[in-house]
Design a protein around this ligand. Structure first.
Ligand SMILES: [Zn+2]
Ligand SMILES: [Zn+2]
Length: 235
């Protein structure tokens, strides 16, 4: 019999970094408005929101993966299935090793995104050289719903296929309504099944992009900055 497929969103921000929704609001929305079974909370350089969400997840019939979007010197890396917060500002190769040292899974998010710090585009000309340095990432976010230029996700999908690297989909949601806009199909039901599927290369990246239009931007500014638009938007 064919194994059932479930959906997971592996890339969600909360108020613990630059998202506009609290962990509780994220859980309530995902439970009521999506068919996601597993979500990863991946705040920038912080795991407190993910830990809080994991504690509350059972009340919402969901499973939460503790994650972090780590700012490395060469761009963002997603750490999934971690327990200890990882520091920002280290070389990517050290962060990959630190994720693996605590049993986590390392994903290159939006690897060829042109407007966000991306490990596929480091170097002075931000060419596609970073990933080719041999960093042993476990998977690539080959669909990131915040990248509205199709060529950015296409480059990631073709890189993953060319190198035989498992492909994941994530929303990179900073607002409730974009949760689940990028997602990962995987065989099974649980976070442990997703982990196995990633390592076995049995995941599929799906979704449709969202846009930082005036409405989302205004909501984000009003919650995050109190109207002082002097911080960068870091997907
Ligand atoms: Zn992000
Ligand atoms: Zn990012």
């Amino acid at each position: 019999m064919k194994k059932m497929l479930s959906t997971a969103d592996i890339h969600i921000h909360t108020t613990y970094s630059d998202g506009v929704a609290t962990p509780t609001q994220v859980l309530a929305y995902a439970a009521a408005h999506t068919d996601l079974r597993v979500i990863a909370i991946t705040d920038h350089d912080a795991i407190s929101g993910a830990l809080e969400a994991r504690d509350l997840a059972g009340e919402f019939g969901l499973e939460v993966i503790v994650g972090e979007e780590v700012s490395t010197r060469e761009g963002h890396l997603l750490a999934l299935f971690i327990e200890e917060e990882l520091p920002a500002g280290r070389p990517a190769v050290e962060t990959v090793a630190a994720i693996h040292a605590q049993g986590g899974i390392c994903v290159a998010p939006h690897p060829f995104g042109m407007l966000v710090p991306s490990v596929g585009r480091c170097g002075p000309l931000r060419r596609k050289v970073g990933l080719d340095r041999g960093w042993p990432v476990d998977a690539i976010e080959s669909f990131n719903a915040s990248l509205w230029l199709p060529l950015n996700n296409r480059a990631a999908a073709s890189y993953a296929a060319r190198h035989g690297i498992p492909a994941l989909g994530g929303s990179d949601a900073h607002h409730l309504e974009t949760i689940g806009r990028g997602y990962t199909h995987f065989p099974g039901r649980s976070a442990a099944d997703l982990r196995r599927a990633i390592l076995a290369g049995e995941t599929m990246a799906c979704g449709r992009p969202w846009f930082w239009g005036p409405r989302l931007l205004t909501a984000w500014l009003s919650v995050r900055l109190g109207g002082a638009p002097d911080l960068p938007v870091t997907a």
